[in-house]
Design a binder for this molecule. Structure first.
Ligand SMILES: [Zn+2]
Ligand SMILES: [Zn+2]
Length: 149
């Protein structure tokens, strides 16, 4: 099967080795992608484990899992990768409709491993003429935007 992170690679050759703890991501993009896949799979433990120690709280595992499972993850778009920064858009659907999380995450390299530090969120909207994040192949305005109204 293709990976959840929309890399178009096989899951077994993309995020699976990281999620199953068989290897560690060697780039920030790999880590970011695997964290997205963990959200899709509702794996809160992985999210907490790959967060930098100062921001890591074990009791977040349950909260993250609850949140991750309360929405439908539609896809990931990696926009920009630079040094310790990855900018991405993650698309999901909740009770209110289709939404986008546009974030510029920064990562820290510690003891030979990358960790998520924190992120800056942008208040981006889905453009009416862009292809719908639900992957219907239609424009957003002719697809989920209507359902969102
Ligand atoms: Zn992947
Ligand atoms: Zn749609």
């Amino acid at each position: 099967m293709t990976c959840y992170c929309d890399s178009k690679k096989e899951f077994s050759e993309c995020c699976e080795p990281f999620l199953k703890n068989r290897s560690k991501p060697s780039t920030t993009e790999q880590l970011m992608r695997s964290r997205y896949s963990a959200y899709v799979l509702g794996d809160g433990y992985y999210i907490v484990k790959t967060t930098v120690k100062e921001n890591r709280f074990e009791d977040d595992v349950e909260l993250i899992e609850e949140y991750a499972k309360s929405v439908v993850w539609l896809g990931l778009e990696v926009l920009h990768v630079e040094d310790n920064i990855v900018e991405f858009k993650a698309y999901y659907k909740d009770n209110e409709g289709v939404k986008v999380q546009h974030e510029r995450s920064n990562f820290i390299y510690e003891n030979g491993e990358w960790f998520y530090n924190d992120g800056k969120l942008f208040s981006s909207k889905i453009e009416r003429n862009e292809l719908c994040p639900c992957k219907s192949g239609k424009k957003y305005k002719k697809c989920c935007e209507i359902k969102n109204l």
